[in-house]
Design a protein around this ligand. Structure first.
Ligand code: ZN
Length: 82
């Protein structure tokens, strides 16, 4: 069977850097689902009880548990009280 070759257009491929960026974004979202969030930069705000910020990936309010460890802040229930 003959297949006529009429189309000879070059389809531009997206650069690999873009692909890596997408992969990183996917990974970040996955971490967010596991409650491992990341603040934008290293700055955080002290609200009187804990360091709070907003996740750079999902944009949700987060609170710092320990150095480099953030999780979602429970704004509905208020801050954790021991
Ligand atoms: Zn997040």
């Amino acid at each position: 069977m003959d297949s006529p070759s009429g189309e000879a257009e070059d389809v531009p491929h997206s650069p690999p850097a873009h692909l890596a960026e997408q992969l990183a974004a996917r990974l970040a979202r996955l971490l967010c689902r596991f409650n491992r969030h990341q603040p934008p930069g290293k700055r955080a705000e002290w609200n009187g009880e804990a360091y709070v910020s907003h996740c750079r990936h999902c944009g949700q309010p987060i609170v710092r548990l320990a150095r480099g460890r953030w999780r979602l802040s429970d704004q509905r229930r208020g801050v954790n009280r021991m």
